[in-house]
Design a binder for this molecule. Structure first.
Ligand SMILES: [Zn+2]
Length: 452
């Protein structure tokens, strides 16, 4: 019973950890079969401007968009990740502490919170490795070019490991999958790893190394989607859930960008069908009155790991709105603005700014990297006063809680909502990704008002 409960709860938890991509890509004939010199040129450019959505990574407009003062925090987080990467190129959510300066006295939470050092549940190394790569890519770093040699080499080793985790099965339900495991929530591994490979392909143009595996991974995503809706843990599941669906949809968005940039060849209609189906799912689980986007039903609270945390990390369920936040950014990306239910979604996020408040006594924890990650990206798109206010809370919450000394320097303690699922690697990668919201996705243009 306990195990079942853990599994069920773990799913959403892990969702927090994973993103995915999808796609039906075919290596672009024009790029994939280019001359040798063209290939070399393509593989030595670090050019995020191949896609307008990701172009701002190239110049990291922190000053323009409110991110001033957070670059240092992101770099410290990336440095922590590099120091805790395994020799084989992976990050282990569960066993990362073997890379600690003193493995017998590893990174630990402040104030004695939770006796553990912050390891995750087993089975999600592919997912947390994907998140670490995404955190690198979010600041424009790839295996071709990076801010530091250490980052470039780190991403390079991570790619080698991730590609080894991809299935070579010819079975439709397995082909192209990255990180399948016995856990039913393994799908998060695939989603996040797919997204990571796609972003690196986009940023580096390295078609030779990344296009074919990314294409295979995306093809799985597209094949495995529930017709007309979203995704869940199994191939063409009867049910969908909002957590997996949003990670997958974001992977499809990366695939769309790669396709439009000519790095892969995907059927544009298939991409649009996939994204519009995901949108349909999100609207189906939006509560009419409150606007809350549920996990599997309108406005539901979603899957929870509270049982696993016991009494140590009781959190405030009212402050966890990851699906609502993810839905808002996704809808804006789809060209929507200023209409319901987006206005309700925005209102909910405005009322729920990030606050680093661990549980104490009868007070519940408000910490959720999963929610903050999506909410920061969504509110950045909203802009203006609501964003400025939200951003102030965001910077305060993350800057004051980042660890500043010892082996922990640059990391965040995994004491939030899904920390027990993803551990310190998860919380640190998500903290960095959240603070990259100022340049990770360019601001979408506001749709022009209609003349009528
Ligand atoms: Zn350490």
């Amino acid at each position: 019973m306990l195990r079942q409960n853990r599994m069920r709860l773990g799913v959403a938890a892990v969702a927090a950890i994973v993103f995915i991509g999808l796609g039906v890509l075919v290596i672009s004939a024009s790029k994939g079969r280019a001359s040798a010199s063209e290939k070399v040129e393509a593989a030595t450019q670090n050019d995020w401007t191949r896609s307008a959505r990701y172009a701002s990574r190239a110049d990291k407009q922190t000053g323009k968009s409110g991110g001033t003062g957070t670059a240092k925090n992101v770099k410290l987080a990336l440095d922590w990740l590099v120091r805790h990467q395994a020799d084989d190129g992976s990050w282990s959510g569960e066993n990362y502490s073997v890379s600690c300066r003193k493995p017998d006295d590893p990174c630990a939470n402040q104030d004695g919170w939770h006796a553990s050092t912050g390891p995750s549940l087993p089975g999600f190394d592919v997912g947390v490795t994907g998140l670490a790569v995404l955190a690198m890519a979010g600041r424009g770093n790839t295996h071709i070019e990076a801010e530091k040699k250490e980052y470039r080499e780190s991403v390079d080793r991570a790619i080698t490991w991730l590609l080894k985790q991809q299935s070579e099965s010819t079975d439709d339900a397995k082909r192209g999958v990255i990180g399948h495991s016995e856990r039913e929530e393994w799908i998060y591994n695939h989603a996040i790893a797919t997204m990571a490979l796609g972003e690196l392909l986009l940023g580096s143009g390295d078609v030779d190394r990344l296009a074919a595996p990314f294409l295979a991974a995306v093809e799985y995503c597209l094949r495995g989607q529930t017709k007309g809706y979203g995704w869940k843990y199994t191939y063409q599941s009867i049910m969908s859930d909002s957590s997996v669906t949003m990670w997958m949809a974001n992977a499809v968005l990366v695939a769309k960008a790669c396709s439009e940039a000519g790095l892969i060849k995907l059927d544009a209609e298939k991409i649009e069908t996939s994204l519009s189906s995901a949108e349909k799912w999100i609207l189906a689980v939006t509560a009419k009155s409150s606007g809350v986007v549920g996990y599997q039903a309108p406005g539901d609270e979603g899957s929870r790991m509270q049982g696993v945390y016991g009494k140590e990390f009781p959190f405030d369920k009212g402050k966890m709105l990851p699906h609502t936040a993810a839905a808002l950014e996704f809808a804006i990306t789809r060209g929507k603005r200023g209409v319901e239910p987006l206005l309700k979604w925005e209102g909910l996020l405005v009322k729920t700014p990030p606050e680093w408040k661990p549980a104490r006594g009868s007070e519940l924890s408000s910490i959720s990297f999963y929610y903050w990650y999506y909410a920061a990206h969504a509110m950045f798109q909203i802009g203006d006063k609501p964003w400025k206010k939200f951003n102030k809370s965001l910077k305060t919450a993350l800057r004051k809680s980042q660890r500043t000394r010892g082996c922990e320097k640059g990391s965040w303690d995994p004491i939030g909502e899904w920390g027990i699922a993803g551990g310190r690697v998860y919380s640190t990668a998500m903290g960095a990704l959240t603070l990259e919201c100022y340049y990770r996705h360019a601001k979408e243009e506001q749709p022009k008002p209609k003349d009528d």
